[in-house]
Design a protein around this ligand. Sequence first.
Ligand code: FAD
Length: 371
Amino acid sequence: MADAAVTIVGGGVVGLAIAAELSPHYSPLFLLERHAKYGTETSSRNSEVIHAGIYYPHGSLKAKLCVEGRDILYTLCEKHDISFRRITKIITATRKDDLAALESLYNHGRGNGVQLEMMSAQQVHALEPHINSVGGIFSPTTGIISAHGLMDFFYHSAKNNGAEIQTHCNVVGLEKRGSDFSITIEENETRTTFTSEIVINAAGLESDTVAALAGIDVDAAGYRLHHCKGSYFAIPNAKRNLVSHLVYPIPSKESLGVHALIDLGGRLKFGPDVEYLSERSYNYAVDESKRHAFAESVREILPSIEDDDLSPDYSGIRAKLQAPGEPVRDYIIRHEADRGLSGLINLIGIESPGLTASPAIAKYVYRILKT
Ligand SMILES: Cc1cc2nc3c(=O)[nH]c(=O)nc-3n(C[C@H](O)[C@H](O)[C@H](O)COP(=O)(O)OP(=O)(O)OC[C@H]3O[C@@H](n4cnc5c(N)ncnc54)[C@H](O)[C@@H]3O)c2cc1C
């Protein structure tokens, strides 16, 4: 008999949501996190937006799990007092040439089942008099949430159901042994090995590394991750009332574009930009030399912002399956039985909207395990 029924690698929002979902059904259930606290990587370094589900390819896991996760999040927030706000969002076209792209984005979002409204320039300016706009899309179901509040909720739900959540616990070995997995962990330079029937790899930026530990050739499988940093700059409080909704530009192929964010404390910030990293450095410092280029992107939306209004704020790193210039890839959420690894579920490339989708991802994983 294995030491654990289920072991989850990674204590970000996805691993925690899965622990909360599975813990009523599996015992013992372990969640292993390498840092001193859960949720200190990407899950606490993002825009904290509850995405409506507009952008993602029709029929993709990103689209389906975002829409499902968004609705679950609003219910959880209301029921369990997790901080959130239904702030809503405007996507603005800043040039006449962008109006066709705006309309196709509207049709695309509607195709994902998202409630949206087209807006004239006058309607945009009635809501946001200071922004640059020749027309827009209004998204009434976009909101903001406390990522820490959500993770605390998942953590306590899992703990109350008997899950054992271990921090300072780096998974360094994963091997199929008979019907179970042998897992080696490193805690303060001491290595220990135990067994688990099921392993769920929710290791975020290192989920490809963990898949490789299990013997998967990540290049052949298409699991290799590209780390892509996104930085934010903050706007001083004196100018924070210049916008009152989240305001996004027309997205590019690579990202949603630098957009205006208002956090739960009412602070206004812009970001994130797109910077593919050549090495895995986990350097979260925001490069001040980006200020001017950043301000140029901000002025596309909010022309009155000057370079000196921007101060470096924070950054996060995206776990992208696609290299620069490649087409967008969908989430990999896969039971690896056909690779001789029955009981291993890999979650790889869980970039945005992973925060929004997290409770739906957890339900999806539970459905995989039950079939
Ligand atoms: C700039 C930016 C903005 C974003 N904005 C939004 C947004 O507004 N809305 C939205 O829905 N999504 C957003 N996202 C996406 C969202 O943040 C992620 O999809 C989500 O946080 C991924 O969670 P995770 O649990 O998979 O990863 P993580 O939070 O990275 O958690 C993985 C955990 O695994 C641990 N780990 C790794 N290797 C090991 C190991 N060997 N042993 C033990 N532990 C290990 C890590 O320490 C980490 O804590 C954004 C992302 C970025 C980068």
